[in-house]
Design a protein around this ligand. Structure first.
Ligand code: CMC
Length: 428
């Protein structure tokens, strides 16, 4: 028998349905609450609010589990392939050989930007934050591909998804080249997704960048670990924009802006800044921990804590292992890794962090990883966005195909003035 919850207000009782997900997690369905009771719920930050039903990603924050379409992320560690995972998230199953070939060909066919888009890059100052360029340029894509505003069938959708996923890496690499005043390096159709990105980032017109297979694997795995994370801030933003029936380019451009902040994707950059500061002697790891605990300080231990994970973030665990491999392979002795390890050790033994269940999140070690790959700090969050794009597209599609979805429009509790009379200027 279906379970219900009972709510009593002023002596009157209401039965509210309880819905159960495939992993047993439960929610009280309040869709009729205001109609029946005249009341709304209050949940700033949406910590207790399920905004949708979704079949894409499952997280158990208490146990530290993350699965894409049912597959644990750990399964992607061997022979990591970001394109396969993108396909899985968006279309719901791992592609067979023909589907993979077809999707990869679409990515290759769409890797160039319209030549006139180059002028847009030239219009940005060289000091422009790459996240601002990324968001602006994804929105600019909608000026060139507006035939995809109406997605009539699955083929049109797949073509639009391939364009976005392919072009974001060209935009990301071009924004980096622009910041250094270097010539743009065009994509090479012979290279696979991640290798092609590294080529556009680091090759010179007279010298092809050599891509070591281990580095290509590390890049693939890093993007996979960022590929989706259910209803986080940027994904919820993408869904909210889509709910007004805005197109996928516009929705993802908004997602980039939401990701930019330091509490979300921007944390990876801030972790590196924090580690650098410690390295340069500005502050010790012990002082860092002390400041993070001080309620009079706005300082937070960047790369620690998570709304959903109350256990070690499984992505951080994988990246931590991968960092060791890449540093060894590249014979890099990065002093920041020892500082990061020391901070982790101090925090995990401190009752402040233990009591609040604050563990390293994905951003804690990803910066060191990206540094080892030669990626500059101001590009870290851009790489996060490249990785998250398939997740945004998958969530956009899921909602777009759900005929029961309504425009997102929360309510509020008004706490302003009661009715007042207007005072003419001369009487104020
Ligand atoms: N350093 C110090 N204290 C912290 C931290 C931290 N990094 N994170 C949470 N706390 C404390 C917080 O002050 C609060 O303490 P109290 O109960 O005494 O008031 C308690 O832990 C609960 O924190 P919260 O702010 O209510 O938690 P939240 O779910 O609203 O915020 C978070 C989650 C990720 C924004 C937060 O943990 C944080 O600011 N972390 C640092 C930024 C960061 O690493 N962000 C990346 C998140 S993972 C990747 C992504 O999603 O983008």
């Amino acid at each position: 028998m279906a379970q219900t919850a009972t709510l009593t207000i002023d002596g009157k009782t209401y039965e509210l349905p309880i819905i159960v997900g495939t992993e047993g997690e439960k929610a009280i369905d309040i869709t009729k609450l205001r109609d029946q009771t005249g009341l709304i719920t209050y949940d700033p930050g949406f910590g207790n609010t399920g905004s949708c039903k979704s079949a894409i990603t499952f997280i158990d924050g208490e146990k530290g589990i993350l699965r894409y379409r049912g597959i644990p992320v750990e399964a992607f560690e061997t022979n990591p392939n970001f394109v396969e995972v993108a396909y899985l998230l968006i279309f719901g199953h791992l592609p067979n050989a023909q589907e993979k070939l077809n999707f990869s060909e679409r990515l290759t066919k769409n890797e160039l930007l319209n030549e006139s888009m180059k002028h847009h890059f030239e219009g940005f100052p060289v000091t422009a934050p790459p996240m601002a360029i990324l968001s602006a340029m994804i929105n600019t894509l909608s000026c060139y591909h507006h035939q995809f505003f109406e997605l009539e069938d699955n083929d049109a959708f797949m073509e639009m998804a391939a364009r976005l996923i392919s072009k974001i890496r060209t935009i990301a690499a071009f924004s980096y080249r622009r910041s250094l005043g270097l010539p743009f390096i065009y994509p090479d159709p012979k290279l696979r997704y991640c290798a092609n990105f590294l080529h556009m980032m680091f090759s010179l017109p007279y010298e092809q960048y050599y891509i070591e297979p281990e580095i290509e694997d590390a890049m693939n795995l890093l993007l996979i670990l960022h590929a989706d994370h259910e209803q986080n801030c940027s994904t919820s933003t993408v869904r909210i924009v889509e709910s007004s029936e805005a197109n996928c380019f516009a929705s993802c451009a908004a997602g980039v802006c939401a990701l930019w902040g330091r509490l979300h994707g921007g944390a990876n950059e801030k972790v590196l800044e924090m580690l650098e500061k410690i390295h340069q002697g500005g502050i010790t790891p012990e002082e860092c921990i002390k400041m993070a605990k001080d309620k009079n300080s706005s300082f937070r231990l960047m790369g620690f804590g998570h709304r959903v994970y109350k256990n070690y973030d499984p992505r951080a665990k994988i990246i931590k292992t991968m960092v060791d491999k890449v540093l060894t392979k590249r014979k890099i002795n990065d002093p920041l890794i020892n500082i990061a390890r020391r901070i982790e050790e101090l925090a995990l033994a401190d009752s402040y962090f233990i009591d609040r269940k604050l563990y390293p999140n994905v951003d804690f070690y990803s910066g060191i990883m990206l540094r080892a790959l030669g990626i500059p700090t101001n590009m870290f969050t851009v790489i996060f966005a490249m990785g998250r794009l398939p997740g945004w597209i998958a969530q956009w599609r899921e909602q777009h195909m759900d005929s029961s979805m309504r425009i997102a429009r929360p309510r509020q509790i008004y706490i302003g003035n009661n009715e007042m009379s207007f005072v003419p200027l001369e009487q104020r």
